[in-house]
Design a protein around this ligand. Sequence first.
Ligand SMILES: [Zn+2]
Length: 366
Amino acid sequence: MNCCPKCFNDDLASKLAAASGRAGFGVCDACGAQGVELYKVVPESELADRFEDLLDIYTPVANVANGIEHGPAGSLWKMFTSTWDVFSGIGEIGFYKLIKALFPGDNRISSMIENDVTIAPERGTRSLSEFAFFGSRTWDDFADEIKYHHRYSAHIENRSNLDNLLRALTRKIDSTSSPWYRARIWNDKTSNPSEIELYEPGRDKAAEGRMSPKGVCCLYIASSPKTAMAEIRAAVHDEVAVATMRPKIDLQVLDLSRIDRISPFSADVDSAALAANLDNLSRIKEELVRPMRSSDDAVEYVPTQFIADCAKRLGFDGIGYDSVMYTGNNEHGYNIASFCGAKEFFVFEGIERFRIAGIDYSVHRA
Ligand SMILES: [Zn+2]
């Protein structure tokens, strides 16, 4: 049997499939795509190993141990696709063909294909909530605790699962690749600002933000001059100074843009921990990238400041995220909240001044 690149919407899954060996071009046995490059489906391959791990969270509902809480039951196809969004062209029939070809003669897999299954990891001996960051609580419960009850000792049931999933989001920012930009409103000035005036605010001036509490310094930089200007909310006719800068060393940032798209096929991701926290991860992303407004109450930032602090504790140099303030025609702005300061860790390559000539508003009714 063969599969193809069109079977999956997960890049890593396609790569693992390709690594099993190529079989020329033709019609895909799994998804039916025509004239595509074919990959051999091989048992005991890396693709099979990863699928085994993804399938490990399911158990035939009749085999779940007494007292283990579980959610709804259904066919393996239904349960698998309601957890893992990894297929593009593969439908139900192709899925079963693929699984049978990856695990020939495997009794556990056959029993899951023939019977209704539910999510109960480790052959039905654990419930999924045992793997969730906040146990049986939701992100909102945790946010409530840290905002209003235990600011400095809020409880996380599965700290190591949180740490491991955050580590899976590492992105290297190469010191030799494209430069980064930082903007500052610079109205009615006769000369350019000095580098120092584009450093991050010091301890006495560092304001409350989603990524850092008051008093904690954080250097915000952007992937393009326009993104940097949009992030500081420069208005029409404002004059703006924009510094071009480059990190002196490679930075390892926590890439939030992928937080709700962690591939379950990466070898260092535990599938039960990921499945248990898919909702938590998308809630964390939603909160971290929401633009700040002047009417915000600073207490609302506490939960995300906590997550940013976890990233810092894990040794990340900063947090990267897509800009919600700037999306150009061919460009999606990207920002980094860097824990590494401008003076020590960045080289300035120039400072230019601009006047904002116009801003495109795109609006929808509130
Ligand atoms: Zn295919």
